[in-house]
Structure formats: structure tokens, C-alpha cells
Design a protein around this ligand. Sequence first.
Ligand code: GLN
Length: 283
Amino acid sequence: MSTSQQDPWTVLRLLEWTTDFFKRKGSESPRLDAEVLLAHARGCSRIELYTAFGEEPEEEQRVAFRELVRRRGEGSPVAQLVGYREFYSLRFRIDDSTLIPRPETEHLVIEALDIAKASTITDRPLQIADIGTGSGAIAVSVAKTLKNCEITAVDQSTAALKIAAWNAEQHKVADRVRFIESDLLAAVQTPELFDIICTNPPYVSDAEYDELSPTVRDFEPKTALVSGPTGTEVIERIFNEVPARMQVGGRLIIELSPMIADACLKISQDSEHFGDERFIKDL
Ligand code: GLN
């Protein structure tokens, strides 16, 4: 860089230095990481940084930023450093008890909404379940768009459910989403039957887990990611539980990886309870 130590640490210079630092640390989105963290330290939006390139942040902001940059450099995910992630154009609070919602999971939300809109049931709210709700990303996003529904969102993590309930409050859908601490649907008593069951379950195998990027592996909850030796264990349990909990003609929507797609298709095709399976490719 042509700048010297004497040059002032303007917003632009901080962004450029930090982008370069994150690039060397192996971040896949170094500039974005730098912008989100500097905006957070300054208490402004990312867009506002662009009209402040020449400004020199106050010492307090620089100290806060430096600490965020240090932790990002050590692998912490940006979403955990700022405490939230955008998903389906909504801001979700997250922490280290919840998976960070991924953009590909928005496909699942869109699919659930499409199925709901095509439903012929109009005399009662659609009953929807979200298994392993984590931050509540799926349940809250669906509830936000779909007015005539009741969503049962379950997770086995008490800490995650607290975050999810906070997100539902924040997005004003708490009256349509109830949260239950449960291992899959075991602790869910009513409604008897669901029209749509959605889930982004843990589907990473033990071996794949070892290969994950440290930003994911060392910081996000392992129980939200890993299923077991094959990666299909949790999905198999879901396949076993779902038939008894589903309305006739109900739909099950599962996010899974290409690694286990064939294995999962075989399990569902071997079952008398399923049919009409199809895959949707994500981003
Ligand atoms: N349902 C949440 C999400 O999609 C959490 C999923 C999980 O923890 N496996 O982000």
C-alpha cells in the first residue's frame, strides 16, 4: 500500500487495510466482513460508510473495531460478532447456540410458502411445523408472510428457543408461532396433524464435519450441524416420525446436501408413507 503510518486512519483506509488482512486470513468475503464490522463499531449502516470514506472514526470506535477485527481474524463468524444475520430480508438475532441462517435455506421458506398458497384448505389456519428451528429463521419468515397459519417450532436447545422466541416477538409473529422444547416432534402434543412440516436438520456426516471451515466448525453449534457417521441419521428419524403426524396429502420439506440426496430418496421411496418426492437445487 502506498499509505504510511502517518496517514490518517480514515474509514476508507481502515476498510482497505482490514479487507487485505481478512483476505490473508482466508475469508471468502473480506471486504463485506470489513464493512459489516466497521459499520457495527460505528453504529451506522453499511451504506452510510460510503458517504464517510474520508472521516476518521473516533478513538472509541477504532478500539471497538480493532477488537472485532482481531476476533474475526481468529475465525469468529461475522454474524456472531455483530449478533445478527439477515435472512429472507429480516434481521435475526443469533448467538453461539443457534446455527447462523444460510441464504440457501431461503429456498425452503419459498417452497413452504408456495405450497401454503396452493393449499385448498381455507376454513382453518394451516398447521405448519419447523423441526430444529434454531434462531427461528424458517418459522418466523413463513409466519411473516403467511397470515392464516399456526406454526409449531421445536428445538432441543433451550438457549436457541429463547433466541427464536425473541426473533418472533421482534418480527411481530409471536401470536402465530409457538415454541416447544422437543427432540424432533416427541414433546409436541397438539395439533394432532400438520399440513406442512419443514426442517433444516443436521445433515453433515462426522467425516465432513472434520473438513468444515474453522469459522463454521469451531464456532457454530455442532448439534445443529452433525447427524452422525452417515449424515442421514436425523433425517431417517424424521422420516419415521412424520407419517403419524401429517395430514393426508401433507408435505414434508427437508434441506439436505447432495452428498446424502440419493440415500434419503431411497429411504423415502422404500417407505409406503411417502411419494411424489422431488429435489430443488439451491444457490
Ligand atoms: N432452522 C434453522 C435454520 O435453518 C436452524 C437449523 C439447524 O440448526 N440445523 O437456520
